[in-house]
Design a protein around this ligand. Structure first.
Ligand SMILES: Cc1ncc(COP(=O)(O)O)c(C=O)c1O
Length: 395
């Protein structure tokens, strides 16, 4: 299916559906008539085979107490193997209702109040709020932006920050929200070897793992250096980004090390007393095993890529001093407007002039990113054209 056919078939009007992105603008913006490109979900219906799996389940089975369906575990394992050449063992898998809850439980299970937790910046806001809310100290290690707007890590600075602050946990994001970077094996080897040497546990949030549109293939953190760091790691993911199912509540938390897994499960059993979500399991099983779901994902990636390429070309032609980071993964474009807009004018320009609701850069690490926006491209090309030309007209 080409991109126009995909959009014709799956794009859906979400206003009025209690969508946080469309109907929840009052939560973050000064007006509610904006074209929203903030919350990271998509404006596309999921594939029919997933809808059928949900409907068939509820038609066939009462929603009583259940145990985890082995077909769901098999489906997750088959996806990792097929899509990411990563062999999981069934007993590594545990869960959480979503990735950020899993992250909060890891922080609770593996650290104590006042322990230091490291992140790279810019950073997805829920990482530092999860740690701050649990009274952990966040140690931010700023990444460097190269001349071609890629982000790289200063490994010496990373190591020094870890040693100086006696960091206990590193929250990694692979691929990286907000800058769209897809980490290579070599880059992660450098980060993880520092963590291992200094007894820092790695949490790798891989929720964007299937959203690869650039040249760098996704490498699961579990596979780095042939699995050399898997024993010192919790990897987390879910179908919520890949198949637009964030309101179903089942994320995979993958912990190869038995004693870490048991610590996580003990913590979880103290704060949560619910079986896995059977409807989510049915949906995930379809997403990870049905050929039509994988075809849908591949078609979606072409739409996201086309949107990025369109916006990139048009914006640069009109505003050559913009700095747009390469979007190798995720469906999020990270753009620096510093040459054109003063930090204090960003809100006025985007909300009142462009009439767009972006994610503002300051949400990803404070004032250092005040001239950036993150734009969610998982929408129609028409919405991306409207956004692009509105920016060009108003700047
Ligand atoms: C890196 C990252 N992790 C986690 C989440 C949220 O995931 P969940 O809804 O499963 O908690 C997002 C959503 O934008 C994200 O970008």
């Amino acid at each position: 299916m080409n991109t126009a056919e995909f959009t014709q078939k799956y794009y859906t009007e979400r206003r009025g559906s209690h969508s946080r992105k469309w109907d929840g603008q009052h939560l973050k913006f000064s007006r509610t008539d904006l074209l929203p490109l903030w919350v990271a979900d998509m404006d596309f219906m999921p594939p029919q085979c997933i809808q059928n799996a949900i409907c068939n389940y509820v038609k066939a089975v009462p929603l009583g107490y259940t145990m985890t369906n082995p077909a769901y575990i098999e489906a997750v394992m088959s996806w990792y193997k097929r899509r990411h050449s990563c062999t999981l063992s069934a007993d590594w898998l545990t869960g959480a209702p979503n990735v950020i809850t899993g992250l909060m439980w890891c922080i609770g299970a593996f650290t104590e109040p006042n322990d230091a937790v490291a992140v790279l910046t810019p950073v997805y806001g829920a990482f530092d709020t999860s740690a701050n809310d649990a009274q952990r100290h966040i140690i931010s290690v700023p990444m460097h932006r190269t001349a071609d707007n890629r982000y790289t890590v200063d490994y010496d600075a990373f190591k020094s920050a870890i040693v100086k602050n006696d960091v206990k946990l590193f929250i990694h994001c692979n691929p990286y929200n907000p800058v769209g970077h897809v980490w290579t094996d070599e880059e992660m080897e450098q980060l993880f070897s520092i963590c291992k040497r200094h007894h820092v546990l790695i949490i790798s949030d891989e929720i964007h793992q299937d959203l690869i549109t650039g040249p760098t293939p996704f490498t699961p953190a579990l596979s780095v250096s042939g699995g050399a760091y898997a024993d010192n790691m919790v990897a987390m993911s879910s179908v919520s980004k890949s198949f637009n199912m964030a309101s179903l509540h089942q994320a995979e938390v993958i912990i190869p090390n038995e004693s870490l897994r048991s610590r996580y499960n003990t913590y979880r059993s103290h704060v949560y007393h619910t079986d896995s979500d059977v409807i989510a399991e049915a949906a995930i099983t379809a997403a990870y095993t049905h050929p039509n779901a994988e075809a849908w994902l591949n078609d979606l990636l072409a739409v996201v890529r086309e949107n990025y390429d369109y916006m990139y070309k048009e914006l640069y032609a009109a505003l050559p001093e913009l700095r747009i980071s390469p979007m190798d993964g995720t469906y999020l474009a990270w753009i620096d407007f510093s040459t054109y807009i003063k930090p204090e004018s960003m809100r006025d320009v985007f909300e009142n002039q462009c009439r767009i609701a972006p994610s503002f850069g300051e949400w990803f690490g404070g004032e250092n990113y005040a001239t950036f926006v993150r734009l969610n491209l998982a929408t129609s090309l028409e919405n991306i054209k409207t956004t692009t030309h509105s920016i060009i007209r108003n700047i």
